[in-house]
Write a protein that binds this ligand. Structure first.
Ligand SMILES: [Zn+2]
Ligand SMILES: [Zn+2]
Length: 805
């Protein structure tokens, strides 16, 4: 099978620099001698994608002698001798005929006199030296159709062998310890090739010619099944036995490519309820893995773009709209109208899905949300004891942990909730070249690390919640891996969040101290918008940054801001009105507290108490008594914080409408509000945003907005319509401030970043308003709109600020 080049996602190869000297030499400046030698350096994604076999075959076709080898910085060196015209044809074929998964950034050719030293063309042992050109190891690739066919063929020697792989598929990033990419520097090093596999590996016409992770049942890794206490279960086929157990209703931990999942049936409420209880994940949606695209279509709506994402070799989880005949358990994604689905990407998954009775299985990461994904067998057995009934494990080490990527199409564009397996470590190509090397460590939650070098910014896999010690350690390890792999011993700057007390800020200071580097603090929402500008090659935008929380320069929690953003600075122009947050972070978990804070000055005290009792009682853990406590707290201004967060306002609307009174996972009240609004009609009730100018800045009065929601509720307007109308008002309010700023500043591009822009309705409405004002609207397509993009923004700000110093 030939994997398709990405059509959906913008490929950085489009802006890749293109150096080929082949044409230059057509003028015959090299003299008349027909026989020549060319030393060629190729950079891009050229290791682990079948590039050496490709070069081997191409050189044979053009009758050239010489060699090809992998280099220590992920590039490939080719030396050929032969007829000059043939060499030119060879070079000119590189780009048009390159293997489907490769990406050629640069081809640099040095012409030399012919020596006649080669008698053949061969694949030479790799060299640790670098080419001096930036290259990248590939992400993990889904099992290809050829390998799948062989795995399902009873006559094949790899029949039912899940570790089957070839040059076009299989794990890469997750097994690579060091460069250059060769088996001895991957976690396959402990599995020496058997004679049969060695023959294929050395045979140029074979598609396992130099497939580094190739193996078979005789020489490769093996699956084992273990009971809940870790004792091995005797069975001739651990995978098929697992399938039988799953169909029986058992909960099984399954080790895959980048980490360990927990799996179960999807058609049985009782099983999923049991799993939710054991893992204490009461509401958070579970990702599921479905047999194939046709099966997905039986329970979800799949657009063409979504189908391409689902079936691409990257195999992300795609958040899909449930269809009307959705027949899986409601408990997979309680209260939502969507379901996160992926297709099998490893042999293990294919075998489970092919043989199981269910159309799909829950396949969600087994770790506590925010903590690193489990990768180690012993650790999994210790941490999951009592939670799972069985363990399906294997003996190949996961070198680089990598969560499944999660993507949702928002307004036609891919919005990553997590950019990880299948995408990492591909860099973002920048429109400028930095003289400095920068490491950036992100904010607090949903963290990634980024390393900026030259004109590329490399983003780590999804790391998680750095308030947890293990996750912070994981962040450090991922950053160190990136630096090691890019051959960077010390960076010039370590960028971090403005918040002085974030764990990532502390880590940045420690790393900078060790490296003798400078540090630079970057404001959260400025970083959001700079990552967006970096993605689109822009230097200045009017930016809307709307999310849950980010530390503002005034020490309050920002999260609904409009600013003029440039790569080196920003000017805050307005945004949502600051609101009281009684109890601080507690108000993010119990949004009824936000309702109290937001309506405090809108209603008489008795009236407010009545509203809270009538509509939000469930949002207070201790009922009526707690309502009076919170109101007293507000009166006396005790433990009351201030925030302009858009996420908190959406939470408050969700709570007041009785949709969600307690956040059990990140974004829950707002996500459920979106689901409720999706079936509502905003024309049924008019809610207008009110923007006032205060101290030279524009302020969106969210108290008035919430009051309008209350009035509609009292007028017995159906909640779904109120939800739709209120969301629309949020979008239009933010957009109208941005349009005003654009007209006063003369900037023609408005961009949006932050977790609020996972909301389809809000994003579409903002885009429509901006377009209506004849301005260009940009949103994220490569990096997550959420905090996964922060590290990139921080790195860019640091590189630019220093550049002009
Ligand atoms: Zn394959
Ligand atoms: Zn073998």
């Amino acid at each position: 099978m030939k994997w398709k080049k990405d059509e959906l996602l913008p490929s950085s190869s489009q802006n890749a620099t293109f150096i080929t000297t082949a044409l230059r030499f057509k003028n015959g400046s090299l003299g008349s001698d027909r026989m020549k030698r060319a030393e060629i350096r190729v950079s891009g994604i050229v290791q682990g994608v079948g590039f050496r076999p490709f070069i081997f075959r191409l050189s044979k076709r053009h009758d050239l002698m010489g060699f090809v080898r992998n280099m220590g910085d992920a590039g490939v060196q080719v030396v050929v001798e032969g007829d000059k015209e043939n060499i030119e044809k060879f070079i000119n074929s590189l780009r048009p005929e390159q293997p489907p998964l490769s990406r050629i950034d640069d081809i640099v050719v040095s012409w030399k006199p012919y020596t006649g030293e080669f008698k053949d063309f061969c694949v030479m042992p790799s060299d640790k030296a670098g080419l001096g050109l930036p290259s990248v190891v590939p992400p993990d690739l889904a099992l290809c159709d050829n390998c799948l066919r062989e795995m399902l063929d009873p006559g094949d020697r790899r029949y039912k062998y899940p570790f089957i792989t070839c040059v076009n598929c299989g794990p890469r990033f997750t097994i690579i310890e060091e460069l250059p990419y060769d088996r001895p520097r991957t976690s396959m090093k402990t599995f020496p090739l058997c004679p049969d596999c060695l023959r294929e590996y050395q045979d140029p016409p074979d598609w396992r010619f130099h497939a580094e992770p190739t193996c078979c049942p005789a020489c490769g890794p093996h699956m084992t099944l273990h009971g809940g206490e870790g004792q091995q279960v005797r069975t001739s086929d651990p995978v098929l036995e697992t399938v039988r157990l799953l169909d029986e209703g058992k909960i099984v931990a399954v080790k895959g490519i980048g980490g360990i999942h927990v799996a179960s049936k999807t058609t049985d409420d009782e099983v999923i309820a049991r799993m939710r209880k054991r893992f204490n994940r009461l509401q958070q949606p579970f990702a599921i893995m479905a047999r194939d695209l046709e099966t997905v279509r039986t329970f979800a709506e799949v657009s063409r773009a979504e189908a391409e994402l689902l079936t691409s070799y990257r195999r992300p989880i795609v958040v899909l709209q449930r269809s009307l005949d959705y027949m899986l358990s409601e408990l997979i994604a309680p209260g939502l109208d969507s379901v996160g689905v992926m297709l099998p990407y490893s042999g293990i998954h294919h075998l489970i899905l092919r043989h199981g009775k269910d159309p799909a299985y829950v396949m969600t990461s087994a770790n506590v949300p925010g903590l690193p994904m489990l990768t180690d067998n012993a650790e999994a057995m210790a941490k999951l004891r009592g939670k799972v009934d069985y363990f399906l494990l294997h003996d190949r080490k996961i070198v680089n942990r990598c969560d499944d990527s999660v993507v949702k199409l928002v307004d036609g564009k891919p919005a990553f909730l997590r950019r990880s397996r299948g995408y990492v470590p591909e860099p973002l190509k920048l429109s400028f070249k930095s003289e400095l090397e920068v490491l950036a460590l992100g904010a607090d939650l949903n963290v990634t690390a980024a390393v900026l070098s030259g004109d590329r910014c490399f983003v780590s896999q999804y790391i998680g919640d750095t308030t947890k010690f293990e996750t912070l350690e994981y962040l450090q390890a991922a950053a160190e891996w990136l630096l090691r792999w890019l051959n960077i011993e010390a960076v010039d700057v370590v960028a971090h969040d403005l918040h002085p007390n974030y764990a990532t800020t502390g880590l940045a200071t420690r790393i900078a101290g060790k490296m003798g580097a400078n540090t630079l603090a970057v404001q959260h929402h400025h970083a959001h918008l700079c990552s967006l500008m970096a993605e689109h090659g822009l230097e200045e935008i009017v930016g809307i940054a709307a999310d849950g929380v980010g530390y503002g320069p005034d020490g309050t929690a920002w999260g609904g801001e409009v600013m003029v953003a440039r790569l080196d600075s920003f000017e805050h122009m307005g945004g949502l009105k600051r609101q009281r947050m009684p109890g601080g972070d507690l108000a993010a978990i119990y949004p009824a507290r936000m309702v109290a804070g937001i309506l405090l000055e809108q209603l008489e005290r008795d009236e407010l108490e009545r509203v809270l009792n009538e509509y939000c009682a469930k949002g207070f853990r201790h009922g009526e008594r707690e309502i009076s406590v919170v109101l007293r707290q507000l009166d006396r201004n005790l433990n009351v914080f201030w925030t302009s967060s858009c996420g908190r306002v959406l939470d408050a609307i969700s709570c007041l409408l009785g949709i969600c009174g307690e956040r059990t996972y990140e974004g829950e009240p707002a996500i459920k509000l979106e689901a409720a609004a999706a079936i509502g009609d905003s024309r049924e009730v008019k809610i207008e945003p009110e923007i006032k100018k205060m101290d030279g800045k524009m302020s969106f009065d969210t108290s008035k907005l919430l009051l309008d929601v209350l009035h509609a509720l009292r007028a017995d307007v159906p909640r779904k319509h109120i939800a739709a109308s209120a969301q629309l008002a949020v979008a239009r309010g933010l957009a109208s401030i941005a349009i005003d700023v654009a007209s006063s500043s003369g900037i023609k591009v408005v961009g949006a970043s932050g977790g609020v822009f996972y909301n389809r309705a809000i994003t579409a409405a903002v885009r429509k308003e901006i377009g209506g004002a004849m301005l260009k609207f940009v949103q994220h397509e490569i990096l997550p709109p959420g905090d996964g993009c922060i590290s990139v923004g921080q790195a860019v700000v640091a590189a630019i600020k220093r550049k002009f110093r």
